[in-house]
Each structure stands twice: as structure tokens, then as C-alpha cells.
Design a protein around this ligand. Structure first.
Ligand SMILES: [Zn+2]
Ligand SMILES: [Zn+2]
Length: 461
């Protein structure tokens, strides 16, 4: 049996270049943690900001750390000091290195939506394990982990049926947010999704922790933790993109731009990206889109334009092509990914705003675009209101609709796979991390995300 500090495989092996880099990543991180007081693993160009002591306290009781939190029944959000309760036997203490600002929590971060409890915000992040509860087996002290927004327990009904993206350890299944500490005035503090992220420490259950053994920077891994995995999942998950296919991606935020890259990695022949923001369209073209369209320019012609792009010289019914004259439902992309959503917080200034702040227009267009037997992935959030679909098409149009973020991603299996795609340069997370902020400026980072003046903002802790 190998000792715990001597992994039996070369965890520093990147991209199959076995033999060239046989470094124990866990050992390297542990060694540097000892030297740097826990601010280990930040790669060149990334600096550490004020951090709590890394001294181990056994149960961790009373350990102090700083966290960006939203207060109960108040619009206030700010960075505060938290005192830890004793570590739960199923939880892990992770020293945070980076955490990405998901658009879906801008309302909580900026105080425009209600919060019933005082919580550390975040959809997880990236960091190094500093302590584990007595029952934890998945990770060891010194591991770098992605604390994913979606857990993988491996034991529930969903995990056992290939839908770990709906793992029943999510709070949505009635799992309470359990306090992990308190403020100086005794206010009990929970973590968003039982994991937090915008804090010097994350204290998640082990089923949120995905160890990563590839040389990828914390900032890049933070992109993967939620939006990156969600976007890649639209092309790897429930309806994997087939080589040579047509893919349309509506919305080119970090999620849509990950879908563009996933489609490219899977060998799509045509990738049509749609976004009102010029910089995002240009980035889409760099990351694999074959054409980028502005919905404000295309207007109500957008669906017809994309369908036209998906017709071609082989479209003769008896020659393996689609029927271009009789049935318009036969036309359209093989895969349509809707990653637009509605405005959760109105942007300040309306420069390059999309045509519909409710997000319903893009849902309607995505449905109309999807061809018969094609696949429609809807993964965006913040849609406001309802829209109608033709009943006969809903029933018999043979459009395959796959709703829900993470779209078939199994985080324990896929985070490692996605990290390897990043390490080998196939997935470009760096291009999406267009702004970094220290913990003290987390609220400012969310303002920028709400205004869509950057692609993805990452808080480096
Ligand atoms: Zn998220
Ligand atoms: Zn599960």
C-alpha cells in the first residue's frame, strides 16, 4: 500500500506526457503550503491577498476567516470575519484560491433579491484542502480541489441513474443550509449551497469536492467549477455533439463561450454564435465559432438566417439531405444551446443590450431553431414570464429538449476531464477570465458582471 503522502501514480503528468513531468502535485502543494503559510498553488502572475492563519486547530473550532456575505432580510452585503464552529465529520476545510462570480447570484450579491439567512455567497471555487472531517475519504490534506456548484454523492437515485447533475445532496432537495460559524455578534452563518466560495475558507461537504491533479491555475479552475462545466456539459452531457454537425449557441457569456468551445472540441462543422455584445462575438470567433451574429442586427430574421446557414448543397431529400421546400421543421441546427437568460439585475447603461431583457425571446427562438430530431439545451436562468409553444409541435415535433444547468455533467468524473482539456490547451478558460478582483472588492466584481462589461470576473482570495 502506498503511504498517504506518496501517491501511486504520477499526478503531475499533464496531457499524457508521462515521464517528462513526474512531480507529485499533492506533495508540491503541501510543501509550498508549509512555506507560504497556506497560500500555495497560485501560479505565476497571481498574488495572494490577506489570508487567515493556516495553523491547524484539530476541530477547527474558533478559527477566524474573512468572507463576503449577504445579511438576512437586508440588502447589505460586505466582507466580515467569521468564527468557525467545530468541523462536521463529513466536511472539508478548503483554503480558497479563486472563485468565479456567476451571473445567477448577482441579485444576492448586490442585494436586489431577498435572503432569509446570513450567508457566505458563492457557487464554490478552487482551493487547497487543509483539514478533513473524520468520515471524509475522497480528498486528503494538500489536494487541490474544485469545490463544484453541483455535488456528486454517487449514492442517490439521480447519481445512480446517470443524472448526477441533479444529485439529491443539492439544497433544492430539502437539504438544509447548516451553519458553519458565527459573526462576532453571535449571528449564525451558513454558506450558499452549503459551500460558499467568496471567503478565505470554504467548508463544503466532501461530495462537493473534486480533486484535480493537472497543472491548471486556480483562476482557470474557478471558471470550470460552475459556468465552464455547465457550458461544456451542453456539448458533452445528455446530448453529446456529433462530429460534422451544426450547432447554434445563443448567448456568449462564459457559459455560452464554453459551449462554443465544447462544440469545437467535439468536432462540430459549423458553430453559430449569437450575442449583442461585439467583444463577446469577437471572442466567440477566436474560440471556435464559425460565424457570430448580432441579434439586434438580425432582428426577427434571426431564426430564418440561422436555418439558412444550416442548409446547403446536400439538401436533397433523396440524397441524404434535408427537405428544404416542404417541411421547414426539418431545417435548423442539429444542436441549439440557449445561454441568454433574463436580466436579474438591470445593467447600468444600455450599451449593447440584447433585444429582450426577459429572456423569453431567446427561448422562443431556440425552440423555433431546433430541427426535427434535433437537440435543444436550455441552461440559462432569470427568464421572466411565460411563452407559448404550438401544441402539435410540442407533442409531435420530435424536438429533443434537455433543460437544466450542468445538463448531464457528473462532477466527480467530468471536472477532472475538463481540467485535462484545459491543461492541454483544448479548452481555453483563461480567455474567459477577463477580470480578477481581491476579496474586499467582491461586490464591485458582481456589479461589473451584472453590467456585462466583462466576460467572467474571478475573485482571487
Ligand atoms: Zn454558478
Ligand atoms: Zn447524488
Amino acid at each position: 500500500m502506498p503511504r498517504r503522502d506518496q501517491p501511486s501514480r504520477p499526478v503531475g503528468d499533464v496531457g499524457g506526457e508521462s515521464g517528462r513531468r513526474r512531480i507529485s502535485r499533492r506533495r508540491a502543494i503541501r510543501n509550498s503550503a508549509a512555506v507560504l503559510g497556506g497560500a500555495a498553488g497560485l501560479l505565476a502572475g497571481e498574488s495572494a491577498f490577506g489570508q487567515a492563519s493556516a495553523v491547524q486547530t484539530g476541530t477547527q473550532t474558533g478559527r477566524r476567516f474573512r468572507a463576503f456575505m449577504r445579511f438576512a432580510n437586508s440588502p447589505r452585503s460586505s466582507v466580515e470575519e467569521v468564527r468557525m464552529f467545530a468541523l462536521d465529520e463529513n466536511r472539508v476545510v478548503v483554503r480558497t484560491e479563486a472563485s468565479q462570480c456567476c451571473y445567477s447570484i448577482v441579485g444576492q450579491a448586490l442585494g436586489t433579491t431577498q435572503s432569509p439567512d446570513t450567508r457566505i455567497l458563492g457557487h464554490g471555487g478552487v482551493g487547497v484542502v487543509e483539514a478533513i472531517g473524520a468520515k471524509v475519504r475522497r480528498v486528503q490534506v494538500g489536494d487541490r480541489v474544485v469545490v463544484a456548484n453541483t455535488p456528486y454523492c454517487g449514492q442517490c437515485y439521480m447519481c445512480l441513474r446517470g443524472r448526477a447533475d441533479r444529485c439529491q445532496m443539492l439544497p433544492g432537495y430539502g437539504n438544509a443550509l447548516v451553519p458553519i460559524g458565527e459573526l462576532a455578534d453571535g449571528t449564525r452563518v451558513v454558506q450558499h449551497n452549503n459551500e460558499g466560495g467568496f471567503a478565505e475558507l470554504m467548508i463544503p461537504y466532501e461530495w462537493y469536492c473534486m480533486p484535480i491533479f493537472y497543472d491548471v491555475s486556480p483562476v482557470e479552475l474557478s471558471i470550470l467549477g460552475c459556468v465552464g462545466a455547465c457550458g461544456l456539459g451542453t456539448t458533452f452531457g445528455v446530448a453529446p455533439v456529433e462530429p460534422g454537425s451544426d450547432v447554434a449557441v445563443l448567448g456568449c457569456g462564459p457559459l455560452g463561450l464554453s459551449a462554443v468551445q465544447g462544440a469545437r472540441i467535439k468536432g462540430a462543422s459549423q458553430i453559430i454564435a449569437v450575442d449583442p455584445i461585439r467583444a463577446r462575438r469577437e471572442l466567440a470567433l477566436k474560440l471556435g465559432a464559425t460565424i457570430a451574429l448580432d441579434p439586434n442586427v438580425e432582428g426577427m430574421n434571426l431564426v430564418a438566417r440561422i436555418k439558412d446557414l444550416c442548409s446547403g448543397p446536400t439538401d436533397r431529400r433523396f440524397a441524404g439531405g434535408r427537405d428544404t421546400t416542404v417541411n421547414p421543421n426539418a431545417l435548423g441546427p442539429d444542436y441549439v444551446i440557449e445561454a441568454v437568460g433574463g436580466n436579474i439585475v438591470p445593467p447600468m447603461g444600455n450599451a449593447e443590450a440584447g433585444p429582450d431583457p426577459t429572456g423569453l425571446l431567446s427561448l422562443q427562438q431556440a425552440w423555433d431553431l431546433c430541427s426535427a430530431a434535433g437537440h435543444l439545451m436550455t441552461v440559462a436562468i432569470g427568464h421572466q414570464g411565460n411563452f407559448t409553444l404550438p401544441g402539435n409541435q410540442w407533442s409531435n415535433g420530435a424536438k429533443n429538449h434537455h433543460p437544466g444547468n450542468m445538463n448531464g455533467v457528473s462532477t466527480l468524473r467530468d471536472m477532472s476531464r475538463f481540467a485535462r482539456l484545459t491543461a492541454t490547451g483544448q479548452y481555453n478558460a483563461k480567455a474567459l477570465a477577463t477580470a480578477t478582483y481581491p476579496l474586499d472588492r467582491t461586490r464591485e466584481a458582481f456589479r461589473v458582471v451584472a453590467d456585462r462589461t466583462t466576460v467572467a470576473a474571478v475573485v482571487v482570495v
